[in-house]
Design a binder for this molecule. Structure first.
Ligand SMILES: [Zn+2]
Length: 96
């Protein structure tokens, strides 16, 4: 699978990560999620690397309010180990 623009955007602010590393994580079951739900907003701050199971959960909850809350959670899932322990879910980029 070729990396897309948003993958390169995510990499652009993580000089310690290579395209090969990201490819490997994607093949291991991680996805990049657009925090604000706008697939065209490839600002690096809008992108988080999360477990694909968590990603599916985020997208399968109906309702924009729920989605907004869940998206906030996605960013925390990716960035904070303490939150994931508290909720007992997922893997995020802070673990990698
Ligand atoms: Zn998503």
């Amino acid at each position: 699978m070729a990396l897309k623009d948003y993958h390169h955007a995510w990499l652009s602010v993580r000089p310690c990560r290579t395209p090969e590393w990201l490819q490997e994580k994607l093949s291991e079951g991680f996805d990049l999620h657009h925090i604000d739900g706008d697939q065209a907003n490839n600002d690096p701050s809008n992108l988080v690397l999360i477990d694909e199971a968590d990603h599916h959960r985020l997208h399968n909850r109906p309702g924009w309010l729920r989605a907004a809350l869940e998206d906030g959670r996605a960013a925390r899932l990716a960035r904070g180990k303490a939150e994931r322990r508290e909720w007992g879910v997922g893997r995020g980029e802070a673990d990698l």
